[in-house]
Design a protein around this ligand. Structure first.
Ligand code: NAP
Length: 261
């Protein structure tokens, strides 16, 4: 299927590895020119070169912490005319822990990274999309928004806040040709999965392999998701065909969330 977005310009945040990278790859495969971001310059530049070589699109890497105002300023300055047609919001997830231990500073850090950063970037780029009458925003959140994971309480809290914001704002601007939606990963095979399995193995006194096997067994598909499948779903949500999709929370979780709807 032709996604109808060849030649568009996208900003994909936190995209040197994992799910962000997979979204960048899938958009590049559709002929979208990219600005991609992550903090570690070397990895980011290698990713940008690989994607550009493979898909023949422009990929500008901007090394910056997207959760800081200075980082966002640097990234936005790299966009042609300070504008983009497509925005994929992403950042690293907060660390696991216990509800009793998190301080106000821990909550502020998580809310800054996983809620206010995405909102700030939408506030910066969506007005231009509305003026041009076309835009797509995909916020990478988490399956934890729909079904809480107790040890990821910082993530549950911050991402649910973002979800509430998107629910209202996406409908408010729906007539402008800009579609804002959230994509909710369950367990996917990335570095984040390794760090969560490492934490689970320590907490339960089992090996990392055992922790992974135990987690995989709890998923109806019996395996973790593949980043490239996640990227393909993101590309569809950024496509011409997603024009009637507004304020949705699309779960990609291998069926672990048990519900009829
Ligand atoms: P990942 O494999 O660890 O990749 C994270 C990417 O984000 C890297 O490119 C990293 O590069 C970049 N990054 C992290 N913090 C950043 C920051 N402050 N500014 C700019 N770039 C930053 O993680 P992932 O699995 O793709 O996860 C992506 C998001 O989905 C996370 O928020 C995660 O919590 C959430 N999620 C993932 C899963 C899963 O199973 N994988 C499930 C639910 C939710 P640098 O370190 O160089 O900055």
């Amino acid at each position: 299927m032709d996604m109808g977005i060849k030649g568009k310009r996208a900003l994909v945040c936190a995209a040197s590895k994992g799910l962000g990278r997979a979204c960048a790859e899938a958009l590049a495969a559709e002929g979208v020119n990219l600005v991609i971001n992550a903090r570690t310059q070397e990895t980011l530049e290698a990713t940008a070169k690989e994607i550009a070589d493979r898909h023949g699109v422009e990929v500008i890497p901007v090394a910056a912490d997207i959760t800081t105002p200075e980082g966002r300023e640097k990234v936005l300055a790299a966009l042609e005319g300070g504008q983009a047609d497509i925005l994929v919001n992403n950042a690293g997830g907060p660390p696991p822990g216990n509800w009793q231990d998190w301080s106000r500073d821990d909550f502020i850090r998580a809310i800054d990274a996983n809620m206010l950063t995405a909102i700030a970037l939408m506030q910066a780029l969506v007005p231009g999309m509305m003026e041009r009458g076309w835009g797509r925003v995909v916020n990478i959140t988490s399956a934890a928004v729909r079904s809480p994971i107790a040890q990821l309480g910082l993530s549950n809290t911050a991402r649910t806040g973002l979800t509430g914001f998107v629910a209202g704002m996406s409908r408010q601007i729906a007539g402008s040709g800009v579609c804002v939606n959230n994509l909710l990963p369950g367990m996917h095979d990335t570095d984040r999965a390794v760090s969560l399995d490492t934490a689970a193995s320590k907490a339960q006194g089992i090996s990392i392999d055992e922790a992974r096997a135990k987690r995989q067994a709890s998923i109806p598909t019996g395996v973790y998701g593949r980043p490239e499948d996640f990227g393909a779903a993101c590309a569809f949500m950024c496509s011409e065909h997603a024009r009637f999709m507004i304020g949705q929370n699309v779960m990609l979780d291998g069926g672990i969330y048990n519900s009829t709807m």
